[in-house]
Design a protein around this ligand. Sequence first.
Ligand code: V07
Length: 255
Amino acid sequence: MKPFKKWFGTPTKDEESIFSLDTDNIPNHVAVIMDGNGRWAQKRGLPRVAGHHSGMKNVKKITLAADQIGVQALTLYAFSTENWKRPKDEVEYLMKLPLEFFPKEIDELIANNIRIRITGWPEALPDYTRKSVEDAIRQTEHNTGLILNFALNYGSRKEMISGVQRIAQEAAAGRLRPEDINEELFSQYMLTAPLPDPDLLIRTSGELRISNFMLWQLAYSELYFTELCWPEFNEQHFYMAIQEYQRRARRYGGL
Ligand code: V07
């Protein structure tokens, strides 16, 4: 964990919530289903895409908050393999968000030693989206701090089927014996490899489902659900989720 900035006087709300965290029990990997952007916009009489835009602005906020307390990897579900079924205009808008995100945020990400990576199938993205994402990965590849992992064109059943296919090919080619297939090997064929499994999953906007997200990797993760929509989920809410994670981890530790 990074040493806190020296402060004088009354702590802000953020500082208060950081100080109440147990610095020895910060989750290594936090995954987030950033749901409720459209709902947030509709509540305000705005178009759905305005919610996506506001959600994008929140990505940096939560990334820096996670980095601040020493989280090592943050996976954000940005676009699922099912999201292609949305109206064409909305998909087009979503595909432009990485292009807007990087020029705006890359300097601050680099200044904070943050490394970007992707979990998903970038091949199927429009060229301009894929190029922008690949540029950001390249520009941050030597950074050694927080890994900011975007799940982009990702679906977990597809991930597992693709993993099984590659394992079967190895076996058919005689490079692998079926009895050598175990959990560790299977994990290596997941798109998230070599990231550790998430310790904590956060889903915003009230749905109580996993929705085809990291089905294998979430086997032992703590699940945290909040009614708040993603654009209104701020640093303090994030620290509250970490606090709840720590409360649960302590209970199990005590048994
Ligand atoms: C997207 C904003 C966040 C809420 C969820 C849906 C909309 C950031 C990115 C992004 C992705 C890859 C990357 C850099 C930025 C993004 C999509 C949607 C498709 F390398 N936010 N965001 N991508 N939303």
